[in-house]
Design a binder for this molecule. Structure first.
Ligand code: NAD
Length: 442
């Protein structure tokens, strides 16, 4: 049951332009809904494999950027974008998906203000995909969510009007495992998990991803694939919480946590290295435990381990602020009125993603204490919610009481930055690489 059969079915009788929209028709079309950190690299991977890709997003700025050949994702270089542009068809019109054999949904799955799953983007996308669903289309969800989302949210929407899954259309879940900023693994070399609602759905999904991934692991259900993704992320969350807690203990004991981690990591088996830091950020790790906890509660189950990890990690920025207070106190300065330069505002090195970044929480807490804040981040030109723009590094360093290294971006000379200020604190351990006696480490 290979995908080409689907293509024939979907594309049979087509002309050179979409009958509904008049837009030029792609050849072997595949649709990606949501062209963000996950969707855009995926769209390009499929284009690179020879597919025509309809890329759909509701953000007009992204569509304009793509049309102009501008990349807004650090991992997508503009040369690759330009090379594949002829096969990438950006659009905001869901009717263009009618020309696609398969549609992959990569929309956000954030938390609401009350820290509950916010499936509004997913529901909107599902309703639109369902409204344009074609016979034989394969729909795959890649957005991270709790087990049951594909079956409980997408299946009813797509089945409307009496359509039968596994016959009239196909539906599967396949989690995205991308790690923005990472270059040692790619979409091709990272095994892909697929779990369909029916066996035929799974087979279609496997055939689809076999075009771009060397290994496709077939699972028995979408729920297994959904929970596997959450387990991967929660595994990281728990281990980061553990090492952050050890960092707090080391502070009390007067032991260098970095030396402890380095030492433990010399064991060639049975230990996996995680580094302490200012806390967790990004769209995944801080969010996913809440998705799992939400589903678990529906079953009268309280995943205490998972929730405790989230709690420890969320408290880490407060610990960092206490450390900043101590450094200033040792210099006879209160936080109030002190000029503090935050170096690195995104949640991880080499990317500009500030979602759930611990730097933002640290900045809010310092501001509440009356600090005069500024920040420098080569990947984050502005922080509108904080009313701040990234300052020139040299100018910022010349005018600061304390430098706080919150995210250690490549290309920043941290040794020179530390040398230029009276005192610094380093939450990433980057200062282990150079000699300086005016810097404290986490
Ligand atoms: N960023 C990561 O590292 C990563 C890794 C693995 C999984 N995920 C998961 O993948 C999903 C997407 O994450 P992301 O980081 O790519 O998010 P993102 O915000 O970077 O991209 C999502 C895109 O979807 C668009 N969008 C929103 N609603 C839409 C709609 N109704 N129709 C069409 N487009 C719509 C947005 O404009 C945006 O461009 C999330 O569930 C996330 O948890 C993310």
């Amino acid at each position: 049951m290979a995908l080409p059969r689907l293509r024939v079915c979907v594309l049979a009788g087509r002309t050179d332009a979409c009958a509904r929209t008049g837009h030029p028709l792609p050849d072997k079309a595949l649709g990606i809904v949501g062209l963000g950190y996950v969707g855009l690299p995926l769209a390009l991977a499929f284009a690179d494999a020879g597919n025509e890709v309809v890329g759909l997003d509701t953000d007009a700025t992204k569509l304009t950027d793509l049309a102009a050949g501008r990349s807004y994702i650090e991992d997508v270089d503009e040369a690759a974008l330009a090379a594949l542009a002829p096969r990438l068809h950006p659009t905001a019109d869901y009717a263009d998906l009618e020309d696609c054999a398969a549609v992959i949904v990569c929309v956000p799955t954030p938390l609401s203000n009350s820290r509950e799953p916010d499936l509004s983007y997913l529901r909107e996308a599902a309703a639109q995909v369902a409204a344009h669903l074609q016979p034989g289309q394969l729909i795959v969800l890649e957005s991270t969510s709790y087990p049951g989302t594909t079956r409980e949210e997408l299946l009813p929407a797509l089945s409307a009007g009496g359509r039968t899954v596994g016959e009239d259309f196909f539906l599967a879940f396949s989690p995205e495992r991308i790690d923005p900023g990472r270059s040692d693994h790619s979409i091709r070399t990272t095994p892909k998990l697929v779990g369909g609602i029916t066996a035929a759905c799974t087979e279609h999904a496997r055939d689809l991803y076999a075009q771009i991934c060397d290994t496709v692991e077939v699972l028995s259900s979408p729920e297994t694939a959904e929970l596997a993704k959450l387990l991967e992320n929660i595994f990281r969350s728990v281990n980061i919480a553990l090492v952050n807690e050890i960092a707090q203990l080391c502070d009390r004991l007067g032991i260098d946590v970095w030396e402890v981690v380095d030492a433990a990591a010399t064991k060639p088996f049975g230990f996996m290295r995680f580094d302490p830091g200012p806390g967790m950020g990004g769209h995944c790790l801080p969010v996913d435990p809440f998705y799992l906890a939400f589903k678990a509660r529906e079953h009268d189950f309280y995943p205490e381990f998972v929730e405790l990890a989230g709690k420890v990690n969320q408290a880490q920025p407060e610990f960092c602020v206490r450390r900043i207070e101590r450094v200033l106190n040792d210099a006879g300065k209160p936080v109030k009125g002190s000029r503090i330069l935050i170096l690195g505002a995104s949640y991880k090195p080499g990317i500009g993603d500030t979602r759930e970044s611990p730097a933002l929480r640290i900045m809010t807490l310092l501001r509440d204490l009356g600090a005069e804040l500024s920040y420098h981040d080569p990947f984050v030109p502005e922080l509108p919610a904080q009313g701040l723009t990234s300052v020139d590094l040299a100018a910022g360093l010349a005018d600061t009481d304390l430098l706080a290294i919150v995210t250690a971006h490549p290309g920043v000379d941290h040794a020179a930055a530390v040398a230029a200020v009276p005192r610094a604190i380093d939450f990433r351990g980057i200062s282990r690489k150079f000699d300086a006696d005016n810097v404290e480490r986490l």
